[in-house]
Design a protein. Structure first.
Ligand code: SAH
Ligand code: SF4
Length: 387
C-alpha cells in the first residue's frame, strides 16, 4: 500500500508569515478568511478594525488591538505578522534631515530620508527599488545594479519607520511633521508601478496614515508609456527628471532618453491625467557645471515647457565619491533661475539637505553595497600586494 505524504502545509511553516501592512483592504479581508481566522461574513468588519490599528495607530503587535477578542488576536499572531523591518542605521544631519538604512531582508537594504520644512511641514523621500536599472550618469544610485523591486509592504514600511521615529502615531490630523511623500529615493518608481500604486493607496487612505494624494509626488526619469497609468492609478503629483533641453545632451545624462526622446516625453506629460494649474508638473533640473547650465539652456527650457502647467526645481548637483561632475557655481544657478523667472516660472533652487550624511538627492546608495565595494577593493589590493 502506498503512503501519500501531505506536504502541502510544510512550506507554509518555513516561510515568513505574511505581513499584513502591505495588503489592500480587500486583500486583507481575503487573507483573514483564507487563514481561517475570521468567518467570511465578518471579514470586512474585522479588516476595517485591523486597518485602523495598523495604519492609524501604527501598532506592531496584535496584542495591542484591545477591541479584538483575545483568541482572535492569538490566531492572528499565529498566522500573520505586523513587524517592522530592521533599522540598521539612523543618522541625523546638522540641518535636521534624518536618514534611515532599512534592511528588508538579507542583502536588501534601502535608504529613506526625512527632510524637515519641505512641503507643508516635512517630506519623506522613499525608495521604490533596491538599486536602479537606469544609469543616469550623475546619480549615485545609478552606479548600483538593481537588486529587486520593493513590495508594497516594504514601501509602506519606510513611512512607518519614519513615523515611529518622529512620534507620529496615531495619525495626527493637524501639525504633522511628515506631511508629504516624494518617490525620489532609490529606484525608478514607474518600473515598479503596481507596488508603488498599492503603497500609495495605503498611505493615502483616510482611515490610516491619510496623506493626501496631492501631497504625494512620484518622480520619474521619463518612462513615457507608464505615465498615463501612473496618473489613473494614483492621482499622484508628477515630477520629471529633465536635466537637459536637447536629446543629444539628455541621452548622455539620462540614457533612457534614447528610448523615449524629448518629443515623446513632452507629449506624454501633456497627456498626464488631471493636469492643470492646481496640479502642475514639477521639472527637476540638476545643475551641472559646464554641462547644462548656460543662459541659452535656461531660455531653451522656458521654450520647451510652453503650454505645460509646470514648476521647475533647480537642484544643485550633489557630489559623491568617484563622480566627475561638479555643481554649477551659485551665481550661475542664480542667473539660470532669473531667466526662468522672467519666462514666467517660479524656480526655487532646492537647497541641498543632509549633505553631511550623504542623504541628498542622488547620493543614496545602500551601505551594504558600499561595504561590499570596499571589501572588494581591499581584496584587490591584497591580491596585488601578494603578486
Ligand atoms: N528614478 C527617479 C526617482 C529617483 S531620483 C528619477 O530619476 O526621477 C530623484 C531625483 O534626484 C531625480 O530628479 C534625479 O535626477 C536627482 N538626482 C540624482 N542624482 C543626483 C545628484 N547627484 N545630485 C542632485 N540630484 C540628483
Ligand atoms: Fe535611477 Fe533616477 Fe538615479 Fe536615474 S536618477 S539612475 S532613474 S534613481
Amino acid at each position: 500500500m502506498g503512503v501519500t505524504l501531505d506536504l502541502s502545509r510544510a512550506p507554509a511553516k518555513a516561510l515568513a508569515p505574511t505581513n499584513l501592512t502591505g495588503l489592500s483592504r480587500t486583500e486583507l479581508a481575503e487573507a483573514l478568511v483564507a487563514a481561517g481566522v475570521v468567518p467570511k461574513e465578518k471579514a470586512k468588519m474585522r479588516a476595517s478594525q485591523l486597518w485602523r490599528w495598523m495604519h492609524h495607530y501604527g501598532v506592531t503587535d496584535f496584542a495591542q488591538m484591545t477591541d479584538v477578542a483575545k483568541e482572535t488576536r492569538a490566531a492572528l499572531a499565529e498566522a500573520f505578522s505586523l513587524a517592522r523591518p530592521e533599522v540598521v542605521e539612523r543618522q541625523v544631519s546638522k540641518d535636521g534631515t534624518r536618514k534611515w538604512l532599512i534592511r528588508m531582508g538579507p542583502g536588501i537594504e534601502v535608504e529613506t530620508v526625512y527632510i524637515p520644512d519641505v512641503g507643508r511641514a516635512g517630506a519623506l523621500c522613499v525608495s521604490s527599488q533596491v538599486g536602479c536599472t537606469l544609469n543616469c550618469t550623475f546619480c549615485h544610485t545609478g552606479t548600483q545594479a538593481l537588486v529587486r523591486n520593493l513590495t508594497a509592504a516594504e514601501i509602506v514600511a519606510q513611512v512607518q519607520v519614519a513615523r515611529d521615529d518622529l512620534g507620529e502615531w496615531p495619525s495626527p490630523k493637524e501639525d504633522r511633521r511628515l506631511s508629504n511623500i516624494v518617490f525620489m529615493g532609490m529606484g525608478e518608481p514607474l518600473y515598479n508601478l503596481d507596488n508603488v500604486a498599492q503603497a500609495i493607496d495605503i498611505i493615502a487612505d483616510n482611515e490610516g496614515i491619510a496623506i493626501s494624494r496631492r501631497r504625494i509626488t512620484v518622480s520619474t526619469s521619463g518612462v513615457v508609456p507608464m505615465l498615463k497609468e501612473l496618473g489613473e492609478k494614483t492621482q499622484a503629483m508628477l515630477a520629471i527628471s529633465l536635466h537637459a533641453t536637447n536629446d543629444a545632451l539628455r541621452e548622455k545624462l539620462v540614457p533612457l532618453n534614447k528610448k523615449y526622446p524629448l518629443k515623446e516625453l513632452m507629449d506624454g506629460i501633456r497627456a498626464y491625467p488631471g493636469l492643470g494649474n492646481a496640479k502642475r508638473v514639477t521639472f527637476e533640473y540638476v545643475m551641472l557645471k559646464g554641462v547644462n547650465d548656460t543662459p541659452a539652456e535656461a531660455k531653451a527650457l522656458v521654450q520647451l515647457l510652453k503650454g505645460i502647467p509646470a514648476k521647475i526645481n533647480l537642484i544643485p548637483f550633489n557630489p559623491w565619491p568617484g563622480t566627475d561632475y561638479e555643481c554649477s557655481s551659485w551665481s550661475t544657478i542664480e542667473q539660470f533661475a532669473a531667466i526662468l523667472n522672467r519666462g514666467g516660472y517660479a524656480s526655487p533652487i532646492r537647497t541641498p539637505r543632509g549633505r553631511d550624511i550623504l542623504a541628498a538627492c542622488g547620493q543614496l546608495k545602500s551601505e551594504s553595497e558600499k561595504q561590499r565595494a570596499s571589501a572588494r577593493r581591499r581584496a584587490e589590493q591584497a591580491a596585488e600586494a601578494s603578486e
